[in-house]
Design a protein around this ligand. Structure first.
Ligand code: BGC
Length: 867
């Protein structure tokens, strides 16, 4: 890209022209200026197929041009196949090219925080690695035809309830490890052309106005060089958006907000240099699209039949066999001659979700038609509707007829699932149940016909408390336009099942990690479960689950064998290779998804028991074996330290687990991490932090022996207690708490000694402290404090609110809503000091000024009490 030319063009543009680039020209197109060679960029939705709006359809709902409907992410994720996602991305891009689309509005890689999210069908997984890698593959595939992608919805768009206004309270560790991670992977490795910022706000700030998320992280830390566009209508304060790095407002809004940018620049309140950078990015974006248009053929003839086959392949690779008692599946064509096919979804399948991703498919395969075609005259089929998607109409007669049909057959295939209106973009579910009529039908059919298979079509997981009733269960999820053909081939054994769950199926809604915090209250939702999302939560809390993350059966079975390495150690940049042998112990060819997790059983920090760090899908012919290897490095053991704000690892022994699901991990390799993590000590480090380095340990020993000496006789019985308290005291606090024994200079000296490589020879306790006079009752003053110190903003919120006099003061500054708020409860529970609490709260709770005034009043109270 000619950067000089881009700058030159920008310099030649008037302010009006520059500003006009900052929002779309229409719903799907950016502004162009032919005189500068800036061509409009065309975009369309397309996580699982192209939705190029052509006309106003029935009821005024826009209709897309016909396009291939691939399986939505909920299903394609179950393939765990990066190559497949790349293939799908490439094929969708081909259709995009042929329709004149430069930029696909997808993939959607948000984390499935709760199964209730109405839009889960558009997202891949509850796991960040799987989501990020599949997203990356889609991006790379689309690039093969010179089509750009837009990773969305950045960030943490995990619910539809009040999605445009909700403020999410998420701790930084959960953000880094769970919600940012898939974006980090997809953006760093896939380098998409655009990122779409979400509607919601996080910790008090709309993402579309957050410089931290849009510039500091995205561009500065991850090196993203594309444009950031808003989700449709996600702009609130456009000028703040400019400060944050939000380049393009979508859709076009007639320039209302552009005028604001213009005015602020004219008033001198917004630096034109910020706009310059933005405009340069937008020109670069347009040039990139233009270059792609020139370099890749656009007048392609799409071959719908070929693409249908690719959609079918994607569905076959992804559908999940959850249960198969007595190997009832595949349908044995030599024995079964009368087969009942029941349920309206066998004839009229649900194959995609509602909302902006809904496309107009070329063709839809019905499972019934495809089964009929495959079995020909071999098996007699007995079709019955069983139910209709209508909770009002009495349907007993339908159920009764279906039971008769099942009874008179030798086997029944019962198709159930969520009706279209149960889940969609725009709203969330409130429960996980299938419609009551379908649940009743499952019971009745399974009773009448023991040889029953239940096949479920759904965009979000459903409660399967009826699991024990049928002999087999298949998760079809949403199969795309060729899902009917795929399920027919799988049920009849023409293909083998090889998909595995990309999300846990819980026992019940109440077991899910976000249960008490979804969808929040009014405009606020607290991510109380933090990093414990999906299997991270179920494993940690030892919850029974219906079907675990990563689980899926096959018509064959695989056994796992370790290939021992003498000793696995990881130091610094070194990576180790771990191997295992997988044997297809059956006769049918099959594919196995081998999963690698890491964990640390003796961890000193709060972390999940195991986390997915690698996966591979391998084809193994019946009776044969394959060797599978993974490279594992330091980052596969890391966690995000919220205090140091960096990725860190624990040294010592860790475990690498390999197996077929998150709960079936037969191979465990111990691995030693020899690279020590050195945490430099700072004034806010705890004395216990000294333990982490050798120098720290030496100095700590010295300090402790000194403390013991000055503790005096009266402390003996409570020594351990005081020592523990001391270990949990920040270094800097010794200044206030030690009655003058430690000064700030002493603390600086100690820090320097621990962090540097100065010789420690000859250092004694006396040399470290200011006053060597031995004081009895030192610890009393250390922890008991005196009244004056107690009445101050450095005291804990929980202590302050206990005191009626303090409350009188606080009531002058805060209303009842503050005292009743979750924040206060959180601050009390967490034992946070009053002055620190301010940093955790949104700005409008209390300002620095207010804090000063409160401190002044508290000190006055202390004086009064002293008298
Ligand atoms: C959705 C986006 C979509 C956009 C354009 C929004 O409502 O959240 O995912 O790309 O509409 O259709």
């Amino acid at each position: 890209m000619d950067e000089g030319l881009i700058k030159k063009i920008r310099r030649n543009m008037s302010l009006e022209e520059m500003v006009s680039l900052c929002s779309g020209r229409t719903d799907w197109e950016t502004v162009g200026y032919s005189k500068y060679g800036i061509e409009p960029v065309f975009m369309a939705d397309g996580p699982h197929g192209m939705r190029v709006i052509e006309n106003e359809g029935a009821l005024g709902i826009p209709q897309g041009k016909p396009a291939t409907c691939f399986p939505p992410a909920v299903l394609s994720a179950c393939s765990w196949d990066e190559g497949l996602l790349e293939f799908v991305g490439r094929t969708i891009a081909l259709e995009a090219r042929s329709m004149g689309v430069d930029l696909i509005l997808g993939p959607g890689i948000n984390i499935k925080r709760s199964p209730l999210c109405g839009r889960n069908f558009e997202y891949f997984s509850e796991d960040p690695l799987l989501s990020g890698r599949l997203g990356k593959s889609f991006i790379l595939g689309a690039k093969d035809h010179g089509v750009g992608t837009t990773v969305k919805h950045y960030l943490a768009n995990n619910q539809e309830t009040r999605r445009m206004t909700v403020d999410e309270k998420i701790d930084i560790r959960a953000l880094r490890e769970i919600y940012l991670k898939p974006f980090e992977i997809a953006i760093k490795e896939g380098k998409p052309m655009a990122v779409m910022c979400s509607y919601n706000s996080i910790n008090g700030k709309f993402v579309s106005q957050s410089n931290y998320f849009l510039t500091q992280l995205l561009r500065n830390e991850w090196g993203f060089d594309g444009i950031v566009m808003s989700d449709w209508g996600a702009v609130y304060d456009r000028v703040r958006g400019v400060f944050a790095g939000m380049d393009l407002e979508m859709p076009g809004n007639g320039g209302v907000n552009n005028q604001k940018i213009f005015d602020r620049i004219k008033e001198g309140k917004l630096k034109v240099t910020i706009l310059n950078e933005m405009v340069e990015r937008l020109i670069r974006f347009s040039f990139q699209a233009r270059e792609n248009r020139r370099n890749y053929v656009t007048d392609l003839e799409i071959e719908p039949k070929g693409h249908h086959k690719i959609a079918q392949l994607a569905a076959v690779e992804s559908m999940v066999l959850l249960k198969n008692e007595e190997c009832i599946l595949p349908v044995d064509r030599t024995k079964i001659k009368k087969l009942a096919i029941i349920g309206s979804m066998a004839f009229d399948p649900r194959y995609q979700g509602s909302g902006s991703s809904k496309i107009n498919p070329y063709h839809i395969d019905s499972p019934y038609e495809r089964i009929k075609k495959l079995v020909g005259d071999e098996i007699q089929l007995f079709p019955h509707q069983g139910y209709i998607h209508d909770e009002v109409v009495e349907q007993i007669h339908l159920a009764e007829q279906a039971v008769e049909v099942a009874k008179n057959s030798e086997m029944a295939l019962l198709f159930v699932g969520l009706p279209d209106h149960d889940e969609s973009e725009g709203y969330d579910r409130t429960h996980l149940h299938l419609p009551q009529k379908q649940i009743a039908l499952i019971r009745k059919i399974c009773k009448a016909q023991p040889e029953t298979v239940v096949i479920v079509q759904n965009g979000g997981v459903v409660d399967m408390s009826w699991e024990h009733q049928p002999k087999a269960i298949v998760e079809m999820f949403l199969g795309g336009q060729a899902g009917g053909d795929a399920i027919a081939k799988l049920l009849l054994g023409e293909n083998n099942f090889c998909g595995k769950l990309a999300e846990t199926i819980p026992m019940r809604l109440e077991d899910t990690p976000a249960y008490i915090n979804f969808p929040g209250i009014h405009d606020e939702v607290v991510y109380g479960e933090s990093i414990f999302v999906g299997y991270r939560y179920y494993d940690f809390t030892k919850k029974k689950v219906r079907f675990p993350f990563g689980f899926g059966l096959s018509y064959t079975h695989f056994s796992y064998e370790p290939i021992d390495e003498p000793e696995l150690t990881i130091d610094a940049e070194k990576k180790v290779t771990v191997k295992c042998r997988i044997t297809n112990a059956g006769v049918m060819n099959g594919k196995e998804i081998v999963q690698l997790y890491t964990g640390k059983s003796d961890t000193a920090i709060l972390r999940p028991l195991r986390e997915l760090r690698g996966f591979k899908k391998v084809f193994i012919p019946g009776g044969r074996s394959a060797e599978v290897s993974f490279e594992v490095g330091l980052s596969d053991f890391s966690y995000y330290n919220p205090t140091t704000k960096s990725w860190e690892h624990e040294s010592g022994s860790h475990q690498i687990y390999i197996g077929s699901s998150s709960r079936d991990l037969p191979i465990v390799y111990p691995v030693q991490i020899t690279k020590d993590l050195i945490h430099p000590i700072n004034p806010l480090s705890y004395l216990s932090d000294f333990e982490k380095t050798e120098r720290g340990q030496t100095i700590l020993k010295l300090l402790l022996s000194g403390f013991e000496e000055i503790m005096g006789d009266d402390q003996t019985r409570e020594d351990d207690f005081f020592m523990t308290m001391l270990a949990n005291t920040p270094l800097r606090k010794l200044v206030e708490f030690s009655n003058g024994i430690f000064t700030e200079e002493c603390i600086d000296k100690i820090i320097e000694l621990v962090n540097s490589d100065q010789s420690l020879e000859g250092i004694t306790f006396e040399k470290l402290v200011n006053c060597t006079e031995k004081k009895k009752g030192f610890f009393k003053s250390l922890f008991g404090g005196n009244e004056e110190e107690y009445y101050c903003i450095q005291s804990k919120v929980r202590d302050l609110v206990e005191d009626e006099d303090v409350m009188k003061i606080l009531r002058n500054y805060f209303g009842d809503e503050t005292f009743e708020s979750d924040y206060l409860q959180m601050a009390i529970k967490m034992g946070i000091c009053f002055d620190k609490a301010q940093k955790l709260l949104p700005d409008d709770f209390f300002s620095d000024e207010k804090l000063k005034d409160i401190d002044r009043d508290l000190k006055a109270l202390a004086k009064l009490k002293k008298k």
